[in-house]
Ligand binder design. Structure first.
Ligand code: ASP
Ligand code: SER
Ligand code: ZN
Length: 596
């Protein structure tokens, strides 16, 4: 990979960190940089945790300060790393760490004085706007986690439209100017580090060139797209039957607020609308089971922990239970969007969630714990390797486990009394596809939009238009309301203001089926793939741990091989999992005009 660092940036970095100017070996430089990174990242974690669990003017200022310090350090390290990387004959780890020091930065700032503070201040403000965000329902204010849940259960088109529109107007719109400024500033930073723009920097973090990575995502998308097209076609037909032409036409795109999710990213919540007659009644609904058995949020977390324990992983530390935020506090503003933390990079594991007792959040807590077990598995790696094999791996672990929450599993943990027979398989697969398959184009388009925003292909005046165009192009959905001038709908999705790259979720969606298929093979599962439940398999646990313990010390294909035996990411396991449903959907859609 070619990378040029501007001399001005190098000079500024040297001025900021005179130690760099000393004549040191690359090894000595890496050791010093790694120690400083480890220390500063803990301080940044602490400030950010307090901010996100207690949003005030003061905590916002504190996290911006800590974030700025972290950015200054990582950018200075990255600039210096670029020159050390040119030293011939580097050993493997020194070379890999020098490379990681450049590629692991998500939001760079220019080196000039004050720029890191400016970036960190904007980012904290955006995060706060999202955290405090509210919509309305029947004219009454409704907070983020409540509106998210209500979008899943409400079936009144006018109310859905009100919630969707108010959320996008209230939360997204105020971010527009700040976001534009953030793009310009971080791009300037990326260029100083030798990247074309921030998008190119993000695409450089996958042990291949940015071009190869973009091509990889396109190959995977083409593998799975036919399945999405079938699901879209079938779902649109059912929505048309349910709501009639005036609300949802039988052709063209789907109204985004009718799909059971604020962002139309996962559709499982409207399973009741699309369920096939007869085979459709699964005999259970996870949300209802949780309520019937008297689950509370803590018990959901304990149950998720139990799955990992059954694979042989040590229990979560006592401090996890003491320090996590499991439910929305009543008396203060917080960022509700779920996340998993390792504050001290050792064993101070925590989740920050606003759990509700429903099926979505039951999956989410498995997802978050997947992050925590990964973080713990690599905590003996040096700081620059304390990361997933790539970010898609990190997102995939908990989801893989959640795929194993089959009816058989629910019976095993006592949630369900009796598993439905084989006659219900189409229903079970359709329920999964509504979440897993529906997500694919969404998982892809968030960063395709950002890649174009960062590259300048989409200019600020067109941010909203490009967003809606891509939502239509990839997902085949449209907003339920005319978007007002100055709208900034991307800001209404957490990962835009929080600046979390999103292609990781697309990769994870594909990878989790690859991991799941591999786990089922290791557990010697016999039977249809979608019924496989690998709970209790110590062999799966050991293999998983072997992969996770590697952290980012080796290129990701090495890690993939350790668990699955393959070095290629592939959409084929996902296609195999859904094969019976694909045939069924094709039959249902016969005679329909699919596409939009
Ligand atoms: N951290 C998760 C996602 O953003 C939370 C969720 O599933 O809601 O990946
Ligand atoms: N957790 C991610 C999100 O909420 C992907 O499912 O968007
Ligand atoms: Zn996650």
């Amino acid at each position: 990979m070619r990378r040029f660092v501007s001399m001005a940036a190098l000079a500024a970095a040297l001025a900021a960190n005179p130690a760099l100017a000393e004549d040191r070996t690359p090894q000595a430089f890496v050791a010093q940089a790694e120690a400083a990174y480890a220390k500063t990242s803990v301080e940044a974690n602490q400030a950010e945790w307090v901010y996100e669990t207690f949003i005030t003017r003061d905590t916002e200022a504190l996290t911006a300060r800590a974030g700025a310090k972290m950015t200054e350090l990582t950018v200075a390290n990255a600039v210096a790393a670029a020159s050390y990387a040119m030293v011939p004959g580097l050993d493997y780890d020194t070379g890999r760490k020098l490379n990681r020091m450049r590629t692991m930065i998500v939001l760079p700032a220019p080196v000039r004085s004050g720029a890191a503070e400016e970036v960190a201040t904007i980012q904290a403000r955006l995060q706060g706007i999202y955290g405090k965000g509210q919509g309305t329902l029947n004219g009454q204010a409704i907070n983020g986690s409540d509106i998210e849940a209500a979008m899943g259960t409400n079936r009144n088109p006018a109310e859905l439209k009100e919630m969707w529109t108010s959320w996008h107007d209230n939360v997204g719109k105020p971010m527009r100017e700040d976001y534009t400024k953030l793009v310009a500033l971080s791009n300037e930073g990326a260029r100083e580090l030798g990247y074309a723009d921030v998008g190119a920097l993000w695409r450089s973090n996958y042990d291949m060139t940015p071009e190869q990575f973009a091509a990889l995502t396109e190959r995977l998308w083409q593998e799975v797209k036919p399945l999405y097209d079938q699901l879209h076609c079938y779902t649109r037909g059912k929505l048309n039957e349910r709501y009639g032409d005036a609300v949802q036409a039988g052709t063209g795109p789907i109204r985004a607020d009718l799909l059971g999710n604020m962002w139309a990213q996962e559709w499982g919540n409207i399973y009741d609308i699309v369920a096939p007659p007869g085979a459709g009644d699964l005999g259970f609904d996870t949300t209802r089971l949780l309520a019937d058995k008297g689950y509370d949020p803590l018990r959901m977390v304990r149950t998720a922990e139990g799955f990992f324990s059954s694979l042989g992983f040590a229990s979560l530390p006592r401090t996890f239970w003491e320090r996590s935020q499991f439910v929305k506090p009543r008396d203060r503003e917080v960022v509700c969007h779920a996340s998993a933390w390792n504050i001290d990079n050792l064993d101070d594991l925590r989740v920050k969630t606003c759990l509700k007792v429903n099926a979505d959040d039951f999956v989410t807590i498995h997802h978050e714990l997947g992050h925590n077990y990964y973080q713990r598995a690599y905590n003996k790696q040096p700081a620059f390797y304390q990361d997933g094999a790539n970010d898609g791996f990190h997102e995939a672990i908990g989801d893989t486990v959640a795929l194993s929450m089959t009816p058989g599993y629910l019976v095993r943990i006592g949630l369900l009394d009796r598993a439905p027979g084989a006659g219900k398989d189409i229903g079970l697969l359709l329920r999964q596809a509504m979440d897993k398959v529906a997500f694919l184009p969404f998982g892809l388009l968030i960063d395709r939009w950002r890649w174009q925003v960062f590259s300048g292909q989409v200019q600020p005046a067109d941010y909203e238009k490009a967003w809606n165009d891509m939502r239509l192009q990839y997902q085949g959905v449209v907003p339920p309301s005319e978007r007002p001038a100055g709208a900034f709908d991307p800001g209404a999705k957490y990962h835009i203001p929080a600046v979390v790259p999103y292609t990781r979720y697309f990769l994870a969606r594909v990878l989790q089926f690859q991991f799941y298929e591999a786990a089922c093979k290791i557990a010697r599962w016999k039977g249809p793939l979608h019924r496989c439940n690998f709970t209790g398999s110590k062999e799966v646990g050991e293999r998983l741990d072997a992969m996770m313990a590697m952290g980012a010390s080796k290129p990701w294909p090495d890690a993939l091989e350790v668990f699955t035996g393959s070095r290629e990411i592939s959409g084929k396991p996902m296609i195999r999992y859904f094969a019976p449903l694909t045939r069924w959907l094709e039959q249902q859609n016969r005679g329909r005009q699919c596409g939009w």
